[in-house]
Ligand binder design. Sequence first.
Ligand code: HEM
Length: 187
Amino acid sequence: MFRTFRGGQSGGWRVTSMAPVKGDPLPFMPALSVNDSEAVALPLVPSRNSWRLVGVASHLRYTERAEKQELVAVQAGLGRAEATCAALIPIRKTPAWWDLTADERRAIFEDKSHHIASSLRFLPAIARQLYHCRDLGEPFDFLTWFEFAPAHASLFEELVAMLRTTEEWRYVEREVDVRVVREVLAA
Ligand code: HEM
């Protein structure tokens, strides 16, 4: 139920870059591990040699039926062998965003920013999963996770650059962009 991303000294993914896009950065760590657990003790206790972020894959808030059908028809799942590159992008939105009603947020998210409509063309190359953590008292509201093949790395840059110019992103107050590659164990 809980997915934990731990930046530290070891893990299944090697960190290639960590960029503070907006707001406070996270300390650089050379490796990232990704784990699932049925329970976590909150708040997560800070450590000098690692950071941990936890989120829950939750229900859809804004996606309409037709959009869901379009997504399901083309999207790829996580864990593809060829998808050896990944990005963890934790995001926190402003109090002004959370003051809006759900229909006002949907209007900004899709009607004005076309988050879904404009992102569909990046599927299935980019596999994705959104984790919610605002209600867990975490430092971010969302942990976004993407997996893709090295051949699609520039496509992913295009995707994030596009979303960061949208009206929705004016409500982002903290964003860190962590890029990783799958650690290959020597035979
Ligand atoms: C691969 C292309 C992408 C697709 C198809 C996609 C699709 C979606 C969908 C359908 C939702 C709405 C979920 C709901 O109804 O609650 C969503 C939410 C979200 N996406 Fe994306 N997305 C993509 C890329 C990205 C990227 C690259 C980022 C970050 C840089 C991102 C950040 C978010 C965030 C933060 C939310 C939560 C918004 C909120 O609830 O306020 N997405 N995305």
